[in-house]
Each structure stands twice: as structure tokens, then as C-alpha cells.
Design a protein. Structure first.
Length: 91
């Protein structure tokens, strides 16, 4: 049975909040809550690929320590801006 669009979004949101490291939960979870429903089919594919990456690599890419893979770079940059903006508002 094929996964419904709603089930896919729920699965991706849960995976965003339950990463394995609390830091990535706090970066990806809020972003997913705010943006997943509005992503295009292509953007969802890219986000799904991003979710398959390990947390240590994701954090290094978000912090600008190493360059991310080209296929997820644009979306990861948007996520990083969103996370920084949220952090600045919290301070």
C-alpha cells in the first residue's frame, strides 16, 4: 500500500523531531512544523534526502564547518537561517 501524502508529512515531521541528537531535534523539528506542509514535491524529496543524513554531518553543514552536498545545500541554508532567527528571537 502506498503512503498517503498526510502520512508522509507526519512521518517526516516525527523524524525531524526525533533525530538522535537534541540539537538537531531543535533545528529540524520547528522548521518542519512551520514549513513541511508548504513544500513542493521536489522540496519534499530533497528534505527526505536531508533526513537520511547523520546528525553530526548535518550540524557541521549548518554551522558552516564543511560544505553540504549540492543536492541539499539550498534547503539546508534555509533551515539554518530559520534556526538562527529563532535563536536570536529567544535571546
Amino acid at each position: 500500500m502506498e503512503e498517503t501524502a498526510e502520512a508522509r508529512l507526519k512521518r517526516m515531521a516525527m523524524r525531524s523531531w526525533r533525530r538522535g541528537t537534541k540539537e538537531m531535534d531543535l533545528v529540524l523539528g520547528p522548521w518542519a512544523d512551520a514549513h513541511l506542509a508548504g513544500l513542493s514535491a521536489m522540496e519534499l524529496e530533497v528534505y527526505e534526502a536531508l533526513l537520511a543524513e547523520n546528525d553530526q554531518d548535518l550540524m557541521a553543514w549548518i554551522l558552516g564547518q564543511t560544505p553540504p552536498p549540492v543536492q541539499i545545500a539550498d534547503q539546508l541554508a534555509r533551515i539554518a537561517v530559520y534556526a538562527r532567527t529563532r535563536l536570536q528571537r529567544a535571546v
